[in-house]
Design a protein around this ligand. Structure first.
Ligand SMILES: Nc1ncnc2c1ncn2[C@@H]1O[C@H](COP(=O)(O)OP(=O)(O)OP(=O)(O)O)[C@@H](O)[C@H]1O
Length: 275
């Protein structure tokens, strides 16, 4: 049962309390709690099968957790318990996610794919849009300009009018990222954004993630295997193992944490092996 109390969300965008979910007998997420501050880049790490994907599927209401609470401060600054909202309402509250596999429409241009993410932001009604009323035309122009600026931030504005089909993978990842940014989110969950990128692209991504969180005033939850990216870009990190909380702290603290080294980095630490 979800406890009905108002948590203190000062300076926070997300607060996860005692989250648990089991599949059959397997506890995929087990009594997990962590908090994400407004505008911070926060990393969730753990070995394969640790429960990272399950945790964020609970956050986005893709899965219903067995117990726990997930509080989110929405665009208007109101605290919402996400468990009381459906998947489709989550974006409107200001929480967006990207997918491991890029899902774009190949037959549309890059900028049109970005505009698809803007539907919740369109103030003109469907009626206005259908009849191309001035309000809708003006609104579309405004959104197009915004989409273009986001493509500029990501460094791919020169491809705005090119079709998505045939673009390299690194570009597709950026288009998907751009699409999540156009809805003015307060929190973006990036699911393995570095998967499939080469070293140069990953380094570039790291710079852009930081820039985006500053410029667009939003927090980022990064679920990622690439430790270099996580260590480079995150303000704070939470490490989990077998669904349970393991450690949290700055990248430096996490790197030095013995439990994390054993569980995640696969480094055997013997009792007396102090350097
Ligand atoms: N829908 C499901 N049904 C049954 N078991 C599941 C389901 N989803 C996840 N699991 C199990 O829950 C555990 C946690 O999986 P999860 O995918 O959340 O881990 P992860 O940390 O994201 O792993 P990876 O880094 O490999 O993506 C695993 O043992 C997995 O097999």
């Amino acid at each position: 049962m979800h406890i009905d109390h108002q948590p203190n969300m000062d300076g926070l965008v997300l607060k996860i309390e005692n989250l648990s979910i089991a599949f059959g007998g397997l506890k995929a997420v087990d009594d997990l709690s962590f908090e994400i501050k407004e505008n911070e880049v926060f990393g969730l790490i753990g070995p394969n099968g640790a429960g990272k994907t399950t945790a964020f599927n609970c956050i986005t209401q893709f899965y219903r957790p067995d117990s726990g609470n997930i509080y989110f401060k929405d665009r208007k600054g109101k605290v919402q318990n996400l468990l009381e909202h459906g998947v489709h309402e989550i974006i409107e509250l200001g929480l967006v996610r990207t997918f491991q596999n890029v899902e774009l429409i190949r037959e549309l241009s890059i900028i049109d794919n970005v505009l698809i993410g803007a539907h919740t932001d369109f103030n003109a009604t469907i009626f206005d849009q259908a009849f191309r009323l001035p309000r809708a035309v003006k609104e579309e122009r405004r959104m197009r300009q915004k989409a273009y600026e986001i493509l500029e931030t990501l460094g791919i504005e020169d491809r705005a009018d090119q079709l998505v089909g045939g673009q390299p993978y690194g570009i597709l990842k950026k288009v998907e990222f751009a699409r999540s940014l156009i809805s003015d989110p307060k929190l973006i969950i990036l699911d393995e954004p570095a998967a499939g990128l080469n070293d140069t692209e990953t380094m570039e991504l790291s710079k852009r993630i930081r820039r985006i969180s500053k410029e667009l005033n939003c927090a980022i939850l990064l679920v990622e295997h690439d430790m270099r990216l996580v260590m480079d870009v995150c303000d704070r990190i939470c490490a989990i193992s077998f669904g349970k909380f393991l450690a949290k702290g700055t990248p430096k603290e996490i790197k030095e944490n013995k439990d994390v080294q054993v569980a995640y980095l696969g480094i055997e630490v013997t009792e007396n092996a102090e350097e």
